[in-house]
Design a binder for this molecule. Sequence first.
Ligand SMILES: CC(C)(COP(=O)(O)OP(=O)(O)OC[C@H]1O[C@@H](n2cnc3c(N)ncnc32)[C@H](O[C@H]2O[C@H](COP(=O)(O)OP(=O)(O)OP(=O)(O)O)[C@@H](O)[C@H]2O)[C@@H]1O)[C@@H](O)C(=O)NCCC(=O)NCCS
Ligand SMILES: Nc1ncnc2[nH]cnc12
Length: 271
Amino acid sequence: MIKVSNAEKLAEQAVAALKWEANFSPKPGLVTKSSNGSHKDMNIDLFIKSADSLYDTFLRIANVSKSIPISVVLREKVGAIGRDGEKAMLTATHGVNTHKGAIWALGIIVAVISNQSTTDMSIIFQKCGELASIADRYVQLHSKTTYGIQVKKVYKINGAREEAANGFPHVKTSLRLINGQMVTDQLAWLRVLCLLYATVDDTNVIHRSSLSVLRVFQNEAKQAFEAPVIQESLAFKQVTKMAEDYQISPGGCADLFAATYFLNNLVIEED
Ligand SMILES: CC(C)(COP(=O)(O)OP(=O)(O)OC[C@H]1O[C@@H](n2cnc3c(N)ncnc32)[C@H](O[C@H]2O[C@H](COP(=O)(O)OP(=O)(O)OP(=O)(O)O)[C@@H](O)[C@H]2O)[C@@H]1O)[C@@H](O)C(=O)NCCC(=O)NCCS
Ligand SMILES: Nc1ncnc2[nH]cnc12
């Protein structure tokens, strides 16, 4: 029987995916090892610290998810651990929001892999949708108005919550595009990033600019995605310039990029 990695391995792989994403370059608007993008309060060291602070969160999620069926009980247990994870992140970063969206996306994915003990991606995405769609009473009780909620009040778009509830459609597409290619294939990964920039309605970008700016940004990213050599294309230069001009940062795309890497590199163990 094939058994998915144990809880420790899953947590290690989730942290590794976050560090890989932070280090990946270029990522217009986002923090990389060579640029702080559109950020004054973040840098690569902060992202690495933040990723390390989340190991216990992913480990607890993987452990709790082993034996409880997908249900409101599991959803609320994972939610409570996720909120503890947000606190751990804010302690590690002295109050800077580096990984809230990533805790959410990878938290749900880690929970499902541990729960289902499978590497079948269609099952993983379907069950992620089920788990993320279950209402967690404590989120309603404790959540203040977030940027995501504010943006969705104004525009009819899907944010982080819907991405997970719909079974991560953008991660599914990214995974198909990368199709098991190795980490070292930088150009292939840059294409994945451009496709995410082109298709995700990132609430961070809208919050810092507007929906119409996001649409232009997405259109440039789509052209960059289609270019034979992305980094040499005018469209990619435009994406970079727009990130600078509008100080926009597609943090939601970064999270889904990390989630794609995590699933593409999921290690399985045999009994
Ligand atoms: C369901 C929750 C995700 C909460 O959703 P909500 O929409 O209410 O939350 P937001 O506070 O707006 O955070 C959502 C974060 O998700 C990322 N994101 C944005 N758009 C999308 C999208 N379309 N698809 C997927 N993901 C998306 C994004 O996170 C990343 O960006 C953050 C950094 O942003 P930045 O602009 O640099 O910094 P800020 O300080 O926020 O802004 P400025 O002031 O600087 O401009 C960083 O977090 C990245 O990861 C959005 O920020 C969920 O969180 C929830 O309900 N949690 C409760 C606990 C729980 O149930 N957990 C269960 C699983 S563990
Ligand atoms: N590398 C990055 N830069 C800025 N925001 C992010 N959110 C997640 N990863 C990020």
